[in-house]
Ligand binder design. Structure first.
Ligand SMILES: C[S@@+](CC[C@H](N)C(=O)[O-])C[C@H]1O[C@@H](n2cnc3c(N)ncnc32)[C@H](O)[C@@H]1O
Length: 314
């Protein structure tokens, strides 16, 4: 049986268990080996942080956001720590489940130290020396500190709640961002989340910045399929394959653009990876994906930046 099918079956089974996310972490750690904080992952997220900060600077006119909100905390809070190093004061990350841990934050901080020593870090983000000194100190005293103390020193607050109903006040956040998260949220949930972002982001100078990976995530693990493989299935078939541990909405570039337009959220800048038309042509597409030009369906990654001064009422 192909590896992606085995993974789909195991994740489907895990999704019915209590503490499914914890069991999935162990499954990924010991079986698929997909949870380690690799250099590829770390530098990919530094690149996201760079694009978020460049977009913020360009559209707000300010150097660094004072307050940030991330959706989809994940295992390693790389981007929130970037914002801490660059000078943000209130850094929020919201997730329905708490996926990180004291140990995983320690591995992330160690990667930052390594990257600084290798002269790489400042190629991505501005680093305030006093803020970096906090990281050095945290690592020295790590075992004596509680998770809450560590987060407090990093100015990070985790909100364990549904992003459709944030506890943050209106007009309070400079930069709302996400990293490889939207593709895991189905449109009927994502639309109300974007509405919430519109409510909490500052109307004068606030920015939304979202990086979306639209490739079939099973292909990251199984090279016998390509990144468009999942587009062969109808919605009904996909319901049987997809799981709540790592759902994939399969929304395409044009679906996101339509959703933004319907919600009155401008796309002030978009950066897309064109994808690979030949690989897409090798997949017999389900009818709903075949109605758009291949070039549009092929887009595999995109980053949307929204200058919320141009938002409209919807
Ligand atoms: C793939 S993970 C995030 C990956 C992470 N950003 C990274 O860079 O590795 C997507 C996350 O979105 C969270 N999520 C999904 N729906 C949500 C919602 N309605 N509110 C808050 N978080 C949600 C999930 O719990 C999951 O942890």
């Amino acid at each position: 049986m192909q590896k992606w099918k085995q993974k789909a079956i195991v994740q489907k089974a895990i999704s019915y268990l209590p503490f499914g996310h914890k069991v999935n972490y162990l499954f990924q750690k010991y079986v698929t080996k997909g949870v380690y904080l690799t250099d590829t992952y770390f530098y990919d997220r530094l690149e996201h942080a760079k694009v978020h900060l460049d977009g913020y600077r360009k559209f707000s006119g300010n150097l660094v956001p004072a307050s940030t909100l991330e959706i989809g905390t994940g295992w390693y809070p790389t981007v929130p720590i970037c914002f801490f190093l660059s000078g943000a004061d209130k850094i929020y990350s919201v997730d329905i489940s708490f996926l990180t841990s004291k140990e995983r934050i320690q591995s992330t901080l160690l990667k930052f130290e390594e990257s600084k020593q290798a002269g790489q870090l400042e190629k991505y983000i501005p680093v305030i020396p006093e803020r970096f000194a906090v990281i050095n100190l945290l690592l020295k005293n790590y075992t004596n500190l509680t998770l809450d103390e560590i987060l407090q020193q990093l100015h990070i607050t985790y909100l364990i709640e549904d992003a459709r109903n944030l506890t943050l006040p209106d007009n309070s956040i400079d930069l709302v961002h996400s990293n490889n998260t939207f593709e895991h949220i189905y449109p009927e949930i994502l639309a109300p989340i974007l509405k919430e972002f519109k409510r909490v982001v500052k109307k004068d100078g606030g920015v939304l910045s979202h990086a979306i990976d639209m490739s079939d995530h099973f292909a990251h693990f199984d090279t016998s399929i390509n990144i468009y493989h999942f587009l062969r299935f109808t919605d009904n078939e996909w319901k049987w394959i997809d799981n709540s541990i790592q759902p994939q909405s399969r929304l395409r570039f044009y679906d996101y653009k339509k959703m933004y337009a319907e919600l009155g959220i401008p796309i002030s800048e978009e950066t897309c990876r064109a994808g690979n038309i030949t690989a897409l042509q090798n997949v017999p597409l389900a009818a709903k994906y075949a109605t758009y030009p291949l070039q549009e369906t092929a887009v595999s990654h995109c980053h949307f930046i929204s200058n919320m001064r141009s938002a409209t009422n919807s």
